[in-house]
Design a protein around this ligand. Structure first.
Ligand code: NAD
Ligand code: WQD
Length: 297
C-alpha cells in the first residue's frame, strides 16, 4: 500500500482522520491551502502521532502542484476533505463555493486520472437530504436536494463521482455523508477552531465555557421535539475518523460508487447538548432563547 493523500488534511476532520490513518499503519501526505486551518495544527498532529508528515501548502485547484505530488509520492488513495463548508456563507458567495468545491473536485479527478490511483473517499454531508425527507435517512432516498449552494456542491460532487464510476469500472469511490461531527482528540491538542465567531454549536459552546462569549444563543425552542429545541445526530470526530479508515478498507475491496451515512442513529437536542457541556466541563453555560435560525431543518 502506497501513501494516502489527505486533501484539506490540516482541517478539523482531516487532522483527526490522519491520526486514525497513521495509527492504522498508513502513511499520509497532506495538502491544504490553510484558508480555514492553521499550520500549527500539523505540529500538534505530529506531536500526537510522533510521525513527520509531508505537507503541501497549496490549493487543490493547482493542477501542476497536484501533478508534482503524484510524481513525488506513490499515492494509492485520496481522502478528499478540502472544501468550503459554511452554509450561510455559501448563500452569500455561491460562485466562490462552486468554484472551490466543484472546481477543486474536477482538478483532483483530472490529475488522478493520469495516475494509477483509482481509490477516493469523499466528504459529503447529510445536508444533501434537505427538508423533504424525514429521519431516519436511508442512503438510497431520492431526489436529493439542498436548500443552499454548499449542499448543492455536495450533491453535484456525488453525481460527478457516480457518473465517473459508470464510465470507468476501475474507480473505487465512497461518499460519506456526515451528520454533525463534534468533539476533539483526547489530547486536547486538536479541535474545531474556525476563523471568527463560529456558526456551529460545539465551537460556540466552547467559547462560552471559556468565557470568551457571554452566553449561548438557543436558536428556537418551538420545534416539534421533546424540549422544543433542534435535534441533531452528533457524532464524535474520532469515531468519524475511524469510519474513514473502515471506508478506505471497504473501498479498496469494492469497485464502483458507494455511499454511507456516518452518524450514531440517535438524536440529541440543543438543550441536552448545552446542559451536558456544562455538566462535563463544570463551566456555566448561560442560555438565551432566540428565534429559529433561517435555513435550519
Ligand atoms: P475544515 O474547514 O476544518 O477543513 C477543510 C480544510 O480544507 C481546511 O483546512 C481548508 O483550509 C482546506 N481547504 C478548503 N478549500 C481548499 C482548497 N481549495 N485547496 C486546498 N485546501 C482547501 O472543515 P471540516 O469540518 O474538517 O470539513 C471537512 C470536509 O467535510 C468538508 O468538505 C466539509 O464540507 C465536510 N463536512 C463537514 C461537516 C462538519 O460539520 N464539519 C459535516 C459534513 C461534511
Ligand atoms: C446544530 C443545532 C442549531 C449554533 C451544519 C451545516 C451542515 C454540516 C454540519 C457541513 C441546530 C443549533 C447552533 C448556535 C444553536 N456542515 N444552534 N445556537 O446546522 O445542524 O449543520 O453543520 O456539512 O451542512 O448545516 O449544525 O452546529 O450549526 O447547529 O442553537 O449558536 O444547534 O439551530 O439546531 P447544523 P450547527
Amino acid at each position: 500500500m502506497g501513501e494516502i493523500l489527505v486533501t484539506g488534511g490540516a482541517g478539523f476532520i482531516g487532522t483527526h482522520t490522519c491520526i486514525a490513518l497513521l495509527q492504522a499503519g498508513y502513511s499520509v501526505v497532506i495538502l491544504d491551502n490553510l484558508c480555514n486551518a492553521k499550520q500549527e495544527s500539523l505540529l500538534h498532529l505530529q506531536e500526537i502521532t510522533g510521525k513527520s508528515i509531508p505537507f503541501y501548502h497549496m490549493d487543490i485547484r493547482n493542477a501542476d502542484g497536484l501533478r508534482q505530488i503524484f510524481q513525488t509520492h506513490h499515492i494509492s488513495a485520496v481522502l478528499h476533505f478540502a472544501g468550503l463548508k459554511a452554509v450561510g456563507e455559501s448563500v452569500q458567495q455561491p460562485l466562490r463555493y462552486y468554484q472551490n468545491n466543484i472546481g477543486g473536485m474536477m482538478t483532483l479527478l483530472e490529475e488522478l486520472q493520469k495516475t494509477d490511483c483509482r481509490t477516493l473517499i469523499f466528504s459529503s454531508s447529510a445536508t444533501v437530504y434537505g427538508t423533504q425527507h424525514t429521519a431516519p435517512y436511508a442512503e438510497t432516498v431520492t431526489p436529493l436536494s439542498a436548500s443552499n449552494p454548499y449542499g448543492e456542491t455536495k450533491i453535484i460532487s456525488e453525481q460527478l463521482l457516480q457518473d465517473l464510476c459508470q464510465a470507468d469500472s476501475d474507480w473505487h469511490i465512497t461518499a460519506l455523508r456526515y451528520f454533525n461531527p463534534i468533539g476533539a482528540h483526547e489530547s486536547g491538542l486538536l479541535g474545531e477552531e474556525p476563523h471568527g465567531i463560529p456558526s456551529n454549536i460545539a465551537p460556540y459552546l466552547a467559547l462560552v465555557a471559556s468565557g470568551q462569549l457571554p452566553y449561548f444563543r438557543v436558536y428556537g425552542n418551538d420545534y416539534d421535539t421533546p424540549d422544543g429545541t433542534g435535534v441533531r445526530d452528533y457524532v464524535h470526530v474520532m469515531d468519524l475518523a475511524e469510519g474513514h479508515v473502515s471506508a478506505l478498507q471497504y473501498s479498496i475491496q469494492h469497485a464502483g460508487f458507494s455511499v454511507f451515512n456516518l452518524g450514531t442513529g440517535s438524536g440529541c437536542s440543543v438543550l441536552e447538548l448545552a446542559n451536558m457541556y456544562e455538566a462535563v466541563s463544570g463551566k456555566p453555560i448561560p442560555l438565551k432563547i432566540f428565534p429559529r435560525r433561517a435555513g435550519d431543518v
